[in-house]
Design a binder for this molecule. Structure first.
Ligand code: T4K
Length: 422
């Protein structure tokens, strides 16, 4: 009951903010408890700091009224899927936002990856980071392609080009870079490797919608990039994704593949699947597009509050974003120094006890997940940076629904915990 009341109040506060202001400024932390001493920690038996869970992936909701109006239009029109008017408008607006020629909207980011992989004709082995969400690896495996994991740069958490070079074999057909946390992968170096070895290059940009690299919007790199608009992303269409490319032929192929290969009535000219985005998802996207800057500002503000709240705690630091680039600041990522007195897992356990559902994304790395561990039992030996980083990372809640005071309380939890482990 208390949890339900909290959720109601939280919802009302969030709604007030959506109607009144551009950024969540003064949302209180209803009933939240301050942590001042070790005895106040829930791991020591105290009441949790928050009566209801704080999530990392709480959906941001833009213009609720507009969404309802679009749904009424859709019911009136009785056109629910198959290249509907909302999907077409959504594709145009996403392409314009990114400055890319083509956006092909899909039902989710994983299908977008699979279709891009098929459209590029990848076969045999494809190199990718293990330090990514499992979907990047699964999309290859699902297409009968062997994912070959390369190591990352521990400073950027993105692919290490030298490691990529070492993984190339005669069976390699391509490279998938991931712009992890919205920070651009080393595109120029990866392109040079791809050109030198005759490999295809594409990017999983699931984290990087609205982000730039060297001043250019992500979405314009490699032959194709894929996006995710999942509910937990900073910009969502409930479920959804897209492929974006400047290549006309590739875009046409992906459009065919998305809709069973149909080129008009009764005319199938290409193998395909059902990867279509439906109209309600596109409508949600349209209702959220104008709200993007608001979400980014809220994420930015949360990061600033986290930075202040965590300042001076030994052994923990937030990852940086290059101030010259655009970012969506979706992920508030904390790195915990394994040489320090606090362990990452102790922090996660303490936060969870307080109802702060921090995540260990993407521990333990794809290579240690069962399907890939079975194929490559010893590959960890080749991925020392991935192994180390995966033991250090904690992703903290953010987004428009995070109460403004929450980072301070989260900082208090970690600071108090640090005091118990001198
Ligand atoms: N490539 C990369 C690099 C990706 O990160 C992803 C997706 C993809 C590809 C594939 O794109 P999609 O096919 O998903 O479009 C979540 C998301 O499901 C996934 O989309 C996302 N990456 C990944 C980073 O996070 P889980 O397994 O962590 O989700 P789950 O159910 O644990 O939810 C996360 C948190 O969000 C929980 O605390 C609950 C909260 N939540 C979730 C949903 C769905 C809500 O509060 N409301 C909601 O509606 O994967």
């Amino acid at each position: 009951m208390a949890e339900y009341r909290f959720a109601q109040l939280h919802h009302q506060l969030a709604r007030v903010k959506l109607v009144n202001t551009s950024v969540l400024q003064d949302v209180a932390v209803p009933e939240a408890k301050r942590i001042r001493s070790v005895a106040d920690l829930a791991i020591n038996g105290a009441r949790p700091a928050f009566p209801a869970p704080l999530h990392v992936g709480r959906p941001n909701i833009g213009n609720h009224e507009m969404f309802k109006k679009l749904m009424a239009d859709m019911f009136e029109r009785r056109w629910f899927s198959n290249d509907g008017p909302f999907v077409r408008e959504f594709e145009e607006r996403v392409a314009a936002y990114l400055g890319v020629k083509h956006c092909v909207a899909m039902c989710n980011g994983t299908i977008a990856l699979e279709i891009a992989i098929r459209a590029l004709g990848l076969t045999g082995e494809v190199i990718l980071p293990s330090w990514t969400f499992i979907a990047t690896a699964h999309a290859l495996h699902w297409q009968g392609i062997t994912p070959v994991f390369a190591d990352i740069d521990p400073g950027t958490h993105n692919l290490d080009p030298d490691s990529v070079r070492r993984m190339i074999t005669p069976r390699t057909s391509g490279i998938i870079g991931v712009h992890l946390w919205g920070r651009g992968a080393p595109v120029a170096e990866l392109q040079a490797i791809a050109d030198e070895h005759g490999l295809q290059l594409m990017f999983d940009a699931a984290h990087a919608f609205g982000c730039s690299l060297d001043g250019r919007m992500i979405g314009n790199f490699g032959r194709v990039e894929t996006l995710s608009f999942h509910a937990t992303k900073f910009f969502n269409t409930f479920e959804g994704g897209a492929t974006v490319t400047n290549d006309d032929e590739l875009a046409e192929t992906m459009r065919l593949m998305r809709n069973f290969g149909f080129a008009g009535l009764d005319n199938v000219i290409h193998p395909g699947t059902n990867g279509k985005m439906i109209e309600p998802c596109a409508a949600m996207g349209l209702a959220n597009l104008d709200y993007i800057d608001t979400v980014i500002a809220a994420n930015r503000r949360n990061l600033d509050h986290y930075a202040a709240a965590l300042a001076g705690i030994p052994g923990v630091r937030l990852i940086n974003f290059d101030p010259r680039e655009r970012n969506n600041f979706q992920y508030a990522v904390l790195e915990v120094d394994p040489a320090g007195s606090l362990s990452r897992d102790a922090i996660v356990a303490a936060l969870h006890a307080e109802n702060i559902l921090a995540r260990k994304y993407f521990w333990p790395g794809c290579h240690r997940m069962k399907p890939y561990r079975q194929i490559f039992p010893n590959v960890g030996l080749l991925l020392p940076n991935t192994e180390q980083v995966s033991e250090r990372v904690v992703v903290l809640p953010s987004g428009t629904t995070l109460p403004a005071g929450a980072p301070m309380i989260i900082g208090d939890v970690i600071r108090t915990l640090a005091r118990t482990r001198p």
